[in-house]
Design a protein around this ligand. Structure first.
Ligand code: UDX
Length: 425
């Protein structure tokens, strides 16, 4: 079993470190955030992620998983160093590598000879090559090993991945990193640095494009009396298309799709290639969010002003407390601009949120919907199915329901007295 350092205790770093310890390795996770590390040492994880808490606590008990402040302290004796530092977007869509680079700078001198620096963070193509140059150490190898962890399913995605991608300069280096995953049953794809880096961006950009496509077809369904759920099922059985990522929604978002698609479009522009398909995908998603907001406004009785909009769901999808680039918040921004009163409920958000302070956050779905003129469902939380919708219909001022995730059944909702608007149904 190997001695591993993980730099960064965010979603990717914490999941990576905890799961590697679960596979039997000795893992030290480092972060600069002292309160975060102290909480982790006590087994408290800083965000909502199913199964992660159990794995972290098992790792702490078995002493296979440790948390320290400062990357140097984790890297000094390790053979493998996973870099899991944030790589946010700049305003022009390019990737901000400053956290990533300064993290590497901090550890470059303490790395053991013959150890391997592994990039897990999503970085632009060419980063491994420039990292190798930045390091100025011929005794250190650089390997790209991108993550494909979806929030809310990250532990499962790590331990049961569809594939493991390893981009390395030599077969021997790739083999050493592949060895860390020997207990995992998944195809290992070994490539050069650049291909591995591009695989990550391409996967997310492709999925974003697939979602934009299905959101566009959902709009077409609404204008042609077709049902998107039937259409998605009808195409999803074709293995060349595949059944996943065919659920329409308010627009795609999250900490990865928006920044990764913009980053890839930027990379293409820099490479002298105008990647119009991807540029349009990003633009169409923005328009789809606007269209979603329009649906809500159209449901409001025209003659009354200062109406109450109730919104269920604030995170970018169900199963997480992550509000980063949430399409739910983008939709609400459009609605706030129309001077409506907005009240929101989300199972993982209990306080007012800085991203949209105009929205009043309630911790009870009934209080949120009381006297509302319209209720809009923005994330697909299963909890919403447990709410007594008959009661909701009674307590709303006008029982108008805009279900952007097609969580409810139109006939059932109409029987309860709702005027129902789904997404492409
Ligand atoms: C994504 C990738 O899935 C993961 O492999 C990568 O490493 C990180 O980025 P994540 O950001 O957690 O993961 O979200 P994901 O579950 O992929 O959803 C992204 C967006 O698409 C969300 O806004 C979600 O609501 C939306 N979506 C997803 C749909 O609207 N419909 C679908 O059918 C699936």
């Amino acid at each position: 079993m190997a001695e591993i350092a993980v730099i960064g205790a965010g979603y990717v770093g914490l999941t990576t470190g905890a799961c590697l310890s679960q596979l039997g390795h000795d893992v030290t996770v480092a972060d600069i955030d002292l309160p975060r590390i102290e909480a982790l040492q006590r087994g408290k994880i800083p965000f909502v992620e199913p199964e992660l808490s159990e794995i972290v606590n098992t790792g702490i008990k078995s002493k296979k998983l440790k948390f320290v402040v400062g990357a140097k302290n984790a890297c000094e004796s390790a053979e493998f160093h996973f870099v899991c530092l944030p790589t946010p977007a700049n305003n022009d869509g390019s990737t901000n590598l400053s956290f990533f680079k300064s993290g590497i700078e901090e550890i470059s001198e303490v790395l053991q000879p013959n150890s391997i620096l592994i990039t897990k963070s999503t970085v632009p193509v060419g980063t491994a090559a420039s990292l190798k140059a930045q390091l100025q150490r011929n005794d250190i190898s650089v390997v790209s090993n991108p993550e494909f962890l979806a929030e809310g399913n990250a532990v499962n995605d790590f331990l049961y991945p569809s594939r493991i991608v390893i981009g390395a300069e030599t077969a021997e280096e790739a083999q050493r990193v592949a060895g860390l995953y020997s207990k995992i049953n998944a195809p290992v794809i070994t490539t050069g640095w650049e291909s591995a880096e591009l695989i990550k961006h391409t996967a997310n950009a492709f999925l974003a494009m697939k979602l934009t496509f299905i959101n566009e077809i959902a709009t077409l369904c609404e204008r042609t009396d077709a049902d998107i759920q039937d259409v998605a099922m009808g195409i999803g059985y074709d293995p060349r298309i595949g059944a996943s990522y065919l659920n329409p929604g308010p627009g795609w978002g999250g900490s990865c799709f928006p920044k990764d698609s913009s980053s890839l479009a930027f990379i293409a522009r820099e490479a002298g290639f105008n990647f119009t398909l991807l540029e349009h995908t990003i633009d169409l998603n923005r328009k789809h969010v606007e269209r979603t907001a329009m649906k809500v406004l159209e449901m409001l009785p025209q003659e009354i002003h200062n109406q109450k909009i109730a919104a269920w769901g604030l995170t970018f999808k169900a199963g997480t407390d992550d509000l980063r680039s949430s399409p739910a918040i983008d939709v609400l921004h459009h609605l706030v601009a129309e001077e409506n009163r907005i009240c929101a409920y989300d199972p993982t958000v209990t306080q007012q949120i800085a991203q949209i302070p105009e929205v009043h956050v309630e911790t009870d779905p009934y209080i949120c919907a009381e006297n509302a003129d319209v209720l809009v469902i923005l994330t697909e939380w299963e909890e919403f199915n447990e709410v007594d919708m008959a009661r909701i219909s009674e307590i709303m001022k006008s029982p108008n329901l805009v279900d952007t995730r097609n969580l409810f059944n139109r006939e059932q909702m109409e029987k309860l007295g709702f005027t129902y608007l789904g997404m492409g149904v």
